[in-house]
Design a protein around this ligand. Structure first.
Ligand code: ATP
Length: 263
């Protein structure tokens, strides 16, 4: 049997909560060890005991509430965040579209970013030259703006350029975080077509989205993450149903609590 393309075993990552800053030498000199700005800081597990496998050609949707660990999981798969526990094995090159951009540098222009990020992902200068116009057209960046620093772009422009570039990569694994939520309707349609084309070629995708329509359209599998736990690994419909049931129960509980307070 073919090996899974992504294999996560007992993944866990912890972050610091309430950590403000490092103690300065001056503070240490004046107050000794008594005054610690991080006294109240503590670590918390953003994700723990997460294990799953993704086969070649799968499109897996990660669902769950805000702040539950979805982007963190995607970052560990991308290798930009190292787990504190467990391992994640990724067999193949990854095209990541994380945090609404492709890793662009705000100080550089759109053109410079396309060349820099494209080459970091292994595109040759010739490939970049040949595809540059196609990328800019796809992203609908108006003439002139491509030579403007990216810090002056709207979030939609950054995402469009990021998607246009990353979708040119022929890497077998694609990681997409909430990108479709930002583009306008006509751009989303273009993205849908581009994603469908990629998936036809047996590429593997992991998608984080709050949009049920997008998840059902592309994903055959779903991972439901709840407060840092992977509570369900199933087909996408089942994962969404479980998430919706929990959300309804939570809303009902909140209404009951608010009603109790008002009474
Ligand atoms: N670098 C970091 N330092 C400290 N805490 C972090 C860091 N990155 C994420 N967290 C925390 O980890 C938890 C999970 O965050 P994550 O961004 O993965 O959630 P999410 O499910 O993707 O949320 P959303 O749906 O809002 O995008 C949150 O409590 C978040 O505040």
């Amino acid at each position: 049997m073919a090996q899974p393309v992504i294999e996560a075993k007992g993944l866990g990552v912890k972050f610091a909560m309430n950590r403000r800053r490092k103690r300065s030498i001056r503070e240490m000199f004046i107050h000794g060890t008594k005054r610690d700005p991080n006294k109240a800081a503590s670590d918390f597990w953003a994700l723990r005991n997460v294990s799953f496998e993704v086969a070649k050609g799968d499109c897996v949707g990660i669902v769950g509430k805000n702040g539950t660990g979805k982007s963190t999981l995607l970052k560990m798969i991308a290798g930009v965040l190292l787990p504190d526990e467990g391992t994640v094995t990724v067999r193949g090159k990854v095209a990541p579209l994380l945090e609404l951009r492709a890793g662009f540098n705000d100080q550089l222009t759109g053109r410079e970013n396309v060349h820099l990020v494209g080459s970091l992902h292994g595109m040759t200068p010739k490939m970049l030259e040949d595809r540059f116009e196609e990328i800019v057209d796809f992203a609908e960046i108006k003439p002139g703006f491509i030579d403007t620093p990216v810090r002056h772009y709207s979030s939609g422009m950054k995402v469009r350029l990021g998607f246009a570039l990353i979708s040119q990569l022929e890497h077998p694994i694609m990681l997409v975080d909430e990108v479709l939520a930002v583009g306008d309707k006509s751009f989303r349609e273009k993205c849908y077509k581009a994603i469908e084309k990629m998936l036809e070629n047996e590429r593997t995708m992991v998608l984080v989205s709050h949009n049920e329509g997008d998840l059902k359209r592309f994903c055959n599998r779903g991972l439901y993450v709840k407060q840092g736990d992977l509570v369900l690994d199933s087909d996408i419909t089942e994962a969404l149903n479980a998430y919706n049931v929990d959300t309804k129960a939570e809303i009902a509980a909140r209404k009951k609590k608010d009603g109790g307070k008002a009474a």
